[in-house]
Design a protein around this ligand. Structure first.
Ligand code: FCB
Length: 457
């Protein structure tokens, strides 16, 4: 069979999804007795959000869940990835759970199932209750138990209908952006002292996974943000800087899950992880699938002069860029390369799910049809990269577009639009973009091709 990169042939049963997260779309932040999260606190910090916006009303999705479900179903998605906010379910970070919020998500799950879309919730897309953060957040081992309690409460209510779960979204961004440099909530600037948050998140995931499985979950995993790290120059210093960044962004989070150990931190001059007996075994046995969010590669050079952080992240030479500019270069082959490299490092890789992939581009604010060919090109290139990795033997089973909707992009407020659907944040009006129609047709033709090739066997 020859490989056609424009219409790559995915294996039969390959799943197509799209994603959002609660804080980025819901608005109505304190509705139904919801509590404050670290994001409510962070966005009130002067200058933390580039356009000074808040995440209310965002897409106003909490009040209009049916509209989003109809858009998800209209694409023909297999699964819809959404998140449940911990601070709505446990407003004070403890207790038996807020019934009104649980009712809301129970109703949302029913709507998805009625529309023929499998619900695929994430339990933690960065919304830690403020009280849990005040008690140490991910720096504290106690948070592991609090998170497992929260997972139990959600699974007790939804586990009869939800079989597939993501526990954590991108623990790397929580550690690096949230606790090390402070660009995201909780806005701490601890540099390498942030590293215990890695272990506590992975352990919390493992404990939550046990709770979910005890309540009937069929498939539990987490989703790591991965980047493909490239040294700027072919020098020993730049290779060393790239290797360190690869550990901090990728391998600290992948190796405990996939190999039951941390990279050699001592050799890199990093402090040890707060590992206790049994932790690594619990983490290693904790996933039924390995989630990967991918947006862009990262080019790294040795810092000069060397400061507290011994590397600099620099633009990727020659690469086109997204709405974020040189920070987010577009290099689809990097996704193929990282998938193949991960598989080579971990030949027993469990099924892989691409949990997010997508791009923002400058687009109009007012409602109207957007001909987003740049997004279609981005998605086409990355889906082809996934297909090439599958051809090379990497067990990828699902691909997820970030995002179903334009939404509130964290510290970038409303300035970055990632949606397949345009949202006018003044009126709430949703208008499918050209990429929405393209993805719908892509899903349908991919299914037809896979079904046809099955029959032809
Ligand atoms: C990821 C986040 C997601 C969104 C995209 C653009 O890191 O998981 O919420 O912000 O980036």
């Amino acid at each position: 069979m020859t490989f056609d990169p424009v219409h790559p042939r995915m294996p039969a049963g390959f799943r197509w999804s799209a994603a959002t997260s609660a804080f980025q779309i819901e608005g109505s932040r304190q509705a139904d007795g919801g509590g404050r999260s670290i994001w409510d606190d962070f966005l009130e910090t002067p200058d933390a959000i580039v356009d000074g916006s808040t995440a209310d009303p965002a897409c106003d999705s909490y009040r209009h869940p049916g509209v989003d479900v109809a858009l998800a179903a209209g694409l023909g998605l297999d699964r819809y990835r959404f998140s449940i906010p911990w601070a709505r379910v446990q407003p004070d970070g403890a207790g038996r759970g807020n019934v009104a919020a649980l009712d809301h998500y129970s109703g949302f799950v029913d709507r998805l199932l009625d529309a023929g879309v499998t619900p695929f919730p994430t339990l933690f897309h960065w919304e830690m209750p403020s009280s849990v953060e005040a008690a140490g957040g991910w720096l504290s081992r106690d948070t592991v138990h609090h998170f497992a309690d929260y997972a139990e409460i959600v699974a007790d209510r939804l586990g009869d209908r939800v079989a597939h779960w993501y526990t954590l979204n991108e623990p790397a961004m929580m550690t690096l952006q949230g606790y090390a440099v402070g660009a995201l909530a909780p806005g701490k600037q601890l540099l390498f002292d942030a590293l215990p948050t890695v272990h506590h998140q992975l352990l919390a995931h493992a404990r939550a996974a046990e709770a979910l499985r005890d309540r009937g979950a069929a498939q539990v995993g987490l989703v790591n943000n991965h980047t493909w790290v490239m040294p700027l120059r072919d020098t020993a210093d730049d290779h060393q800087a790239a290797a360190l960044y690869d550990v901090l962004h990728n391998r600290l989070f992948s190796e405990p899950l996939l190999a039951g150990r941390y990279p050699d931190l001592e050799a890199l001059g990093l402090p040890p992880m707060p590992v206790q007996d049994g932790d690594l075994a619990a983490i290693a046995g904790s996933i039924d699938f390995y989630g990967i969010n991918f947006y862009n590669p990262t080019t790294v050079t040795a810092a000069d002069p060397v400061g507290p952080i011994p590397f600099d992240i620099v633009p990727t030479p020659g690469a086109p860029v997204t709405g974020f500019g040189p920070e987010w270069p577009i290099v689809p082959s990097a996704l193929r390369d990282l998938l193949i490299d991960l598989h080579a490092r971990h030949p027993e890789l469990p099924p892989v799910i691409i949990g997010e992939n997508g791009a923002s581009f400058p687009e109009p604010e007012r409602a109207g049809r957007v001909e987003d060919t740049a997004r279609i090109d981005y998605l086409t290139g990355h889906i082809a990269a996934v297909a090439e990795a599958i051809e090379a033997g990497v067990p990828v089973e699902e691909y997820t577009v970030w995002s179903l909707l334009d939404n509130w992009e964290w510290a970038d407020g409303y300035t970055q639009r990632f949606g397949l659907v345009h949202v006018d944040f003044e009126t709430g009006e949703r208008t499918p973009k050209a990429s929405y129609d393209w993805y719908r047709e892509h899903i349908a033709s991919s299914r037809a091709t896979a079904a046809g090739s099955e029959q032809g066997r």
